[in-house]
Design a protein around this ligand. Structure first.
Ligand SMILES: Cc1ncc(C[n+]2csc(CCOP(=O)(O)OP(=O)(O)O)c2C)c(N)n1
Ligand SMILES: [Mg+2]
Length: 564
């Protein structure tokens, strides 16, 4: 057996059952070996797309993703997706063929590329070390790292050196950090006991992963005990879906009521959440005198974005459980014998606030002036209409651009797996591939790719992948015929905008060319075909080219530019 085959089979044994990629000569054998080992291979049309699909698949399934690329240009094409995954701490193995010969056309400095974007560079060093190299790379990925595993062509072609009776390859057991230190639990319980208006903000670290449920139940139990309101960072949107105290996303996407209540908190706890400038709206959501606590299983994350009063190293669910037990225990010690529910603190919660949240916290319930004129639909009106039409069991994947807040804020999602937000690198053009990866992970849900016209045309080749895979996806393009982000940022200064404006493109026809059903929407009255498509049988995917108004830039975009 050649090393290439041993690597593919070894990865399959470790648990790689879904592999995305673009196959060339350098990754042909390893990919086929993965398939022979039982993995499903999903061919993309561009390595950038393949990598983002694997990333989104990993986020949605909670398991390490795998992507397979050719040497040289196969890897450089994948780099934007790798940067996004690395910044997002996505567990991902990038199988990258490597031409070590320095005069080869295909030669690139793989380790240098990995280091440049914050990925971990790994390599299959020799036939003797191949299986150990694979295991090391996979285990590193499980620790929430994006790993480029270089597969030198000469090593791939060599016969594998068997290791006697070492037995089948297995993933190293996952070891999560031990529970939080007792002093930290005591300190957190004390702060919570004294807090009148606590708000929990849960981030990526509260999402489920690798066979573990999310921390939702444990966070809700603790929040009930201390009367906390609940919010998430954008990447964890949906985590508290259906909870009456859920404020949805904190940060630039927060609704006016959510922002008011977060700003009113006297204690904010970030749970697996960095409390960065996006989530805290450049600190504007932190009220004067508010205490900040951050809980993270990675000590280096504590205080990385802003000083916190208390940083706790610990797994989110375990820490929430320990603090809830500490609160309950101290109450028992006080001699209270009544049921927990009676003793629970009301904290920030009151019947009146519960009603107000139900009435006002959703963006769709915030009044706005509809800018639609019959020729162009207001993106807020469009999003609300889609929210009404689309089934609740949906996955929403969002590209980058001025438009991105509309689907993020106006489309509800059933839980955190129903939202795929590949925005850590702020690249446009990733949204469609994100949607494909998420759809492969959750075929039971209707996947909605929300794109700008710029991002849609940048990632357009993967429309063929949607059709080929037979995914009944809805692609909605917020089409302002421009790089709206730039138009709205520079327009007010009177700068020339010719470089960022485009003539009208018939994106519905482009979709039809790929095999989609295509519909152009200029007003709510044009949504009939969307309703018909949703009624079934959804034989082909649907592309909605929504010609949207661009009267005003978006408020979250101004935040974004301030963050540069
Ligand atoms: C790969 C990449 N190139 C360029 C940019 C700069 N950029 C940010 S938003 C944007 C415009 C995107 O246009 P579109 O997808 O139509 O969304 P809109 O802003 O119009 O809503 C551009 C070019 C980027 N973020 N990523
Ligand atoms: Mg645009």
């Amino acid at each position: 057996m050649r090393v290439a085959e041993a690597v593919g089979q070894g990865l399959a044994k470790l648990g790689a059952d879904t592999v995305f990629g673009v196959v060339g000569s350098g990754n042909f054998h390893v990919t086929n070996a993965l398939i022979a080992g039982g993995a499903r291979f999903v061919a993309a049309r561009h390595e950038g797309g393949a990598t983002v699909m694997a990333d989104a698949w990993a986020r949605t399934s909670g398991r390490p993703g795998v992507v397979s690329v050719h040497q040289g240009p196969g890897l450089t094409n994948a780099m934007t997706g790798i940067a996004e995954a690395a910044k997002s701490r996505t567990p991902l193995v990038v199988l990258a063929a490597e031409a070590l010969e320095i005069r080869s056309n295909f030669h690139v400095d793989v380790a240098g590329l990995a280091a440049a974007v914050g990925a971990v560079g790994e390599r299959i060093y020799s036939p003797a070390s191949a299986l150990a190299d694979v295991q090391r790379a996979y285990t590193t990925a499980l620790g929430r790292r994006t790993v480029i595993l270089a597969l030198p062509l000469n090593v791939q072609a060599a016969p594998v050196v068997q290791h006697g009776d070492a037995g089948p390859i297995q993933a190293a057991p996952r070891t999560y950090p031990a529970g939080p230190a007792a002093e930290a639990v005591t300190a957190m319980a004390a702060v919570l006991r004294g807090a009148d208006q606590p708000v929990f903000i849960a981030g990526r670290g509260a999402r489920g992963r690798a066979g573990r449920a999310s921390a939702r139940a444990d966070l809700e139990r603790l929040a009930d005990a201390c009367g906390a309101l609940l919010a998430t960072s954008a990447v964890a949107k949906g985590l508290f879906g259906g909870n009456p105290w859920n404020l949805d996303v904190s940060g630039g996407f927060a609704s006016p009521l959510a922002a008011e209540l977060i700003t009113g908190a006297d204690l904010i706890i970030g749970w697996g959440c960095s409390l960065n400038m996006w989530t805290m709206r450049h600190s504007k959501l932190i009220g004067t005198g508010a205490t900040l606590i951050q809980v993270d299983d990675d000590a280096t994350a504590l205080g990385a974005h802003r000083p916190v009063h208390l940083g706790v190293v610990g797994d989110v669910a375990e820490t929430a459980r320990a603090v809830a037990d500490a609160l309950a225990g101290s109450e028992d010690a006080d001699g209270g014998g009544e049921p927990r529910s009676v003793r629970d603190k009301s904290g920030y919660r009151s019947p009146a606030l519960r009603e107000r949240i139900a009435r006002e916290v959703r963006w769709r319930d915030v009044p706005f002036t509809d800018d639609g004129d019959g020729q162009r639909i207001d993106p807020r009106a469009l999003s609300i209409a889609l929210d009404d039409l689309l089934p609740a069991e949906r996955t929403v994947a969002v590209d980058s651009g001025n438009f991105m807040g509309y689907p993020s804020m106006y489309l509800s999602v059933p839980d955190e797996a129903g939202f795929c937000f590949t925005q850590a690198f702020q690249s446009i053009g990733l949204g469609l591939a994100s949607a494909i990866g998420a759809a492969v992970a959750r075929p039971d849900r209707l996947t909605v790719a929300a794109l700008g016209d710029g991002g849609a045309l940048m990632g357009v080749s993967e429309l063929e992948t949607v059709v080929r895979l037979g995914i009944p996806m809805v692609v909605v393009v917020y089409d302002d015929e421009a790089y709206g982000a730039e138009v709205h940022h520079f327009g007010p200064d009177g700068d020339p905008l010719d470089t960022v404006r485009f003539p009208p493109a018939d994106i519905a026809a482009i979709g039809r060319g790929f095999g989609f059903e295509g519909v152009t929407v200029r007003s709510a009255g044009d949504l009939g075909p969307v309703r018909d498509w949703l009624a079934g049988p959804r034989e082909r995917p649907l592309l909605i080219d929504a010609k949207v108004t661009s009267v005003r830039g978006s408020w979250w975009l101004e935040e974004a530019f301030r963050g540069h």
